[in-house]
Design a protein around this ligand. Structure first.
Ligand code: NAP
Length: 365
């Protein structure tokens, strides 16, 4: 008998690859979908990515609604799940605090409450900035006593998306601890395309960066030679998520999914530029100066740079010991990331050839 899982965010980039991995390795997935009529397309995509389409089932719902908008029968089916994978998030820049909180914080709490109510392990996907304690302190997050954090002020500093991911993280841990329920959290770096095919969705931050470099919009390198934007391939990430979700020793633990040898931003842009056959930017511009320039009305849109995206370019290096232990235990490793990045770039070029001016990610949907 196949083990059942419940997945939110299954139609997204990471979610599609997670569904492919889960169904190819013996699991059945019930996927929370705002548009369950799209299940046919999602199944086709899961099959293209190497999964078993027949083991993916839609459950109508929305994390921004009370009770996730679930029907009684679906609720009953979900109660049989071994793990609740929470990936859904409104992942976009320029979100209002209200919208970000309604979806990313309240939505995460609703998913946590469902998992805790049925005694199901929760696997939540966070983000690597949650392991950058200096950054959290700088932006005013009290990691020892998160309830003392002035969250609206944090949102004001880093924007709706990141602010809500940070707030959701601490709120969910608190909820699960109070309920005595088990959770695990995986914190991905910026996600790179699939290491063999380069598959990536168009609105992903890395795909946007590649597009901007291809279109000559990148004039300078944000930050110094010490700054980097750590990457992880989507295939490594979904293996890590799956191992952590079912590992008893990872209950109430967190782990980073991040390739620690990602080059600095200059090196990464040079690699991308080589594959694109365009000139790589050479000059550095301090991030604070860039943010100041982008504050000039209309400039962020004209230069196609969101100040929020600059927060992810940092100098912090990370302790990877837990991730390395899991890699040894489950015998997996990062793919050749230079190759994975080159393949991702080629995938994006293919996409650009068919859609020369891709629409920006919608802010509200
Ligand atoms: N990609 C990265 O570089 C990266 C890095 C660090 C962390 N993360 C985290 O990883 C997770 C997955 O990211 P991703 O890149 O796969 O995001 P994505 O491609 O933008 O997918 C987002 C998913 O969330 C769903 N969703 C949004 N609002 C919802 C709502 N109100 N109710 C139900 N579902 C909703 C979307 O469903 P629809 O199809 O209905 O829109 C979609 O399936 C997120 O939590 C993100 O914060 C991603």
């Amino acid at each position: 008998m196949r083990v059942e899982c419940f997945v939110t965010g299954g139609s997204g980039f990471v979610g599609q690859h997670l569904l492919a991995h889960l169904t190819a390795t013996g699991y059945t997935a019930r996927v929370l979908m705002r548009q369950p009529e799209q299940i046919g397309r999602l199944r086709e995509q899961v099959a293209r990515l190497g999964g078993r389409a027949e083991f993916v089932h839609a459950v109508a719902g929305d994390i921004s609604q009370e009770g996730l908008g679930l029907g009684e029968a679906d609720r009953h089916c979900i109660s049989a799940a071994a793990v609740v994978f929470h990936l859904a998030a409104q992942f976009t820049w320029g979100l209002t605090t209200e919208r970000a909180r309604a979806v990313n914080v309240q939505g995460a709490l609703r998913v946590a409450s469902l998992a805790a109510g049925y005694g199901i392990r929760l696997l939540m996907v966070g983000g690597f900035m949650l392991q950058n304690l200096d950054h959290l302190a700088r932006i005013g997050v009290d990691t020892k006593r998160p309830e003392n954090t002035d969250w609206p002020a944090v949102y004001g500093r880093v924007g709706g998306y990141e602010g809500s991911k940070l707030e959701a993280h601490f709120a969910v841990i608190r909820h699960m601890q109070d309920a005595g329920a088990a959770y695990s959290i995986v914190h991905p770096a910026t996600v790179c395309g699939q290491s063999e095919s380069g598959h990536i969705l168009a609105g992903q931050p890395l795909a946007v960066l590649i597009r901007d470099l291809a279109l000559g919009r990148f004039k300078a390198i944000p930050g110094s030679a010490r700054h980097w934007l750590p990457l992880v391939s989507v295939d490594y990430l979904v293996k890590m998520i799956t191992c952590v979700a079912f590992d008893p020793s990872m209950a109430n633990q967190q782990v980073l999914a991040l390739y620690p040898h990602t080059p600095n931003l200059q090196g990464m842009l040079a690699q991308i530029a080589t594959t694109l056959a365009v000139r790589a930017p050479r000059r550095h511009v301090p991030i604070n100066v860039l943010k100041w320039i982008l504050a000039i009305p209309g400039l962020a849109a004209r230069l196609s740079i969101s100040p929020e995206s600059l927060n992810f370019i940092q100098t912090q290096r990370f302790d990877m010991r837990i991730a390395e232990q899991l890699e040894r235990k489950y015998q997996f490793t990062h793919p050749d990331m230079e190759q994975a990045l080159a393949r991702t770039v080629r995938y994006v070029i293919g996409y650009l050839a068919n859609n020369p001016a891709p629409a920006p990610r919608p802010v509200a949907n």
